[in-house]
Ligand binder design. Structure first.
Ligand code: C2R
Length: 193
């Protein structure tokens, strides 16, 4: 019995060791121009937690820390990173500058930050990239969609992730079915259904 417990203990210790995120190599890198972007960008982090995808997260600025940005972008692929999710507000050059120095696909998240005029400055800075250096741009503050898109990119070569995405989409469909059941109960004089 004692011997049996010993092996169970060993296996659970090993499982914990293997599943410890601090020992995993990140597949995705979330970067942002400033920690003031974190309230938006944490939505991507939550999504990766949901899908159990190891990720790293950094504040980096093409304007304020150009050398660090270059080191990060040039080393990302070799460190195992496969997708970069980059958020920035205002004159949002970070996603494009990173995209110019890596072969990882970059998903840009425009952010309506305090220095932004109305968000359009950030959207256009990220969206209107010159030919040759694409940045996949999501909606203003759309970090969750950036996360989903990153998972879809990773899933192209990963059947486990494909199955999780199928479940995820089924969950979205269920919500709409439920919404229609609720709408059915709403009454209006001229409502026909
Ligand atoms: P602070 O709150 O630090 O002043 O930043 C950040 O993404 C943030 O939304 C205000 C805003 O400035 C943005 N920022 C950029 C870049 N660096 C910082 N757009 C960049 O390199 O693109």
């Amino acid at each position: 019995m004692g011997f049996h417990c010993f092996w169970i203990g060993c296996f659970s210790y090993l499982a914990k060791l293997i599943n410890n995120p601090e020992r995993m190599n990140p597949l995705v890198s979330i970067i942002m121009g400033s920690t003031s972007d974190l309230t938006v960008m944490e939505e991507a982090a939550k999504l990766f937690d949901e899908f159990e995808i190891p990720f790293e997260i950094h504040a980096l600025s093409a304007h304020r820390t150009p050398d660090l940005v270059a080191d990060f972008a040039k080393g990302a692929f070799d460190r195992g990173v496969r997708v970069i999710v980059a958020g920035a507000g205002g004159a949002a050059h970070l996603p494009g500058v990173v995209a110019s120095m890596t072969i990882c696909p970059v998903i840009g998240v425009p952010i309506k930050s305090s220095n932004s005029i109305d968000g359009w400055d950030s959207i256009l800075s990220i969206l209107q990239m010159p030919s040759g250096i694409p940045v996949a741009t999501v909606a203003l503050d759309g970090a969750r969609n950036a996360g989903i898109l990153a998972v879809q990119m990773l899933a192209t070569g990963d059947p486990g992730l494909q199955a999780k995405l199928v479940n995820f989409k089924a969950g979205l469909a269920k919500k709409v079915v439920k919404a229609n059941a609720t709408l059915k109960e709403v009454t209006f004089k001229f409502k026909t259904n």
